[in-house]
Design a protein around this ligand. Sequence first.
Ligand code: NOJ
Ligand code: CA
Length: 689
Amino acid sequence: MFMSVSRVARAVMPVVALAVTAPLAAQEAGEDRHAIASPDGRLAVEFWSADGLPRYRVTYDGEDVISASALGLRFEVAGNLDRDLEIAGESRDSHQSTWELPWGERRIVHDVHNELLVSYRHESGDGRGFDIRVRVFDEGLGFRYEVPVPDGEHRAIVDEVTSFAMPQYATAWWTQAADYNRYEYITRTTPLIEVETAHTPFTARLPGDGVHVAIHEAALVDYSGMRLDQQREGVLTAELAPGPDGVAVHKDGSFITPWRTIQVAEEAVGLINSDLILNLNEPNVLGDVSWVEPGKYVGIWWGMHIRTMTWGSGPIHGATTENAIEYIDFAAENGFDGVLVEGWNLGWDGDWFNNGAIFSFTRPYPDFDIEAVAGHARDRGVRLIGHHETSGHLTNYESQMEAAFDLYERLGVTQVKTGYVADAGDLIRIDENGEERREWHYGQYAVNHHIRVLEAAAERHISINTHEPVKDTGLRRTYPNWISREGARGQEFNAWGVPPNPPEHIAMLAFTRMLGGPMDFTPGIFNLTFNGPDSPNRVQTTLAKQLALYVVIYSPIQMAADLPGHYAMNPEAFRFIRDVPTDWEHSIALQGEVGDFVVTARQERGGADWYLGAVTDEEARVLDVPLDFLEAGRSYRAEIYRDGEDAHWHDNPYPVTVETRAVTSGDVLHLALAAGGGVAVRFVAGEAE
Ligand code: NOJ
Ligand code: CA
């Protein structure tokens, strides 16, 4: 997959990278500091030992982004690695390569970074310690622990003391962690000092120059997910989800941790326009993945959320043969690739939330003829999309998943949506002794469970879209069949959430959750007021904004989530959903502020057309967007879907004005977004000059 790789030894490392470490040299006399800068020299990090305490610090243009902060690991039994450590040596490298994403926001990814390895060893000389490997890119850095442990020895990590000290009055955008609803919380805006325990990606804007920072992790494999806990004022400290024995991570022999990542950008959109997380993941291990197919889908789904259908059996069972055939025909007629059917398998009756042990993943309800449905789909050139709701019973699922994927493979199903509906910390596994154990959705066991599922699915050329997942840390690079996931409040919260997603929700997600990777948000609700306009449960956007979501929210698979009948009633707006692709050659976040608005442009992969999506929060907004991303010298027909006259998410969400204009890269598009509104544009490429 690598197109070109060049490893450059220290001797030829760009001089600028060494020169800009100078501001960091404002160090206490005698301290042995080891610094490295980004290729453009603006971002720098240094490591040292402060009287035995391992420390690091990050600066941008010479100003602190992360001030002196702790490093270290603590274990269940003796041998902690958080004090009495000195630096025993270092090595350096730099790297430049480009590589290709089989599907993604862009095709070509550039990986340009400088690397430093700093070895901390215990002062006793017993050889114990860790190496910190840091890679510094222009738009952020990642560091990980590489811990040498003699073969055959076990380590039980109870605590990672990695900290991130930031100005207390930075503005923070965050969701609460360690709470029952996993990652599904409304994003809060507070001074940093008011952050409690937060998930990552965690985004902040520093006082002063307003530099934006996002803390996350990359390549979360065989480890426990990192939450950020504010123990001291202004200091966020890694908190690893514990296993049922109180140990966060068990390791045998030498090990590495996930990368702890710090993105830094002058403008908020700089956080989005970064491939840091992907670059810190390992290359594809699945080989040929041409069977992983991006695309659009519809499904028997929203009806259950607005309660016109049920997952379980009964008079309004959604997953009937008849309903499925109707959806398949609708999909075929409108150019969709897949049809999701939820509630097809035995186990939904009764309290399915708490009955994970009784789900069958191979036996359909009697009113769902899975062979006939899959056959009809194949005949119509559409795929049935599989569904496995586990209700968080990991062991029940693992015991059946091979057979379940075999069945799907035989039926021509190439994508499966999985679900882990259970309170956080309440996933169930049955251990070797038959005892029931409870796990976090982001603990080491669940992290490894997802990899097992991906591998079993990959053997049958099946891709996985995980709901109630572990957060995305860029593993789609290594396992390109991890095609999407949830991991935030999706559209479903508009059906029954208390409260539903607020108008600023998407402008928040774009700068927080979405920094991790694709989200199966399931956009495209046209009947926004399904319970009546005065019900608290409704979609708090305009209709035009629902269209914009297909461009703003990246996912290689996008659902048209509403009931087919609602699309039939509005064919003009529906046309945008039919047209918009889900796989891209280029993507650029053009403008935006966290929680306020965002404007994104993307070029279709394998095509010349561009698409633009703009969304705002509860404020109406006028935006001037230069079209300089279009190919110079080419004319385009802009098909604009914008909020109509007097549109407003609350009082008047439906008007959409569709208009066409000829534009070139020299034009500036003047976009008027209603309160809670948005704009979607397709730029149809004319002949190149
Ligand atoms: C939660 C998922 O997010 C949703 O999409 C699905 O319909 C239900 N679980 C049932 O599996
Ligand atoms: Ca969910």
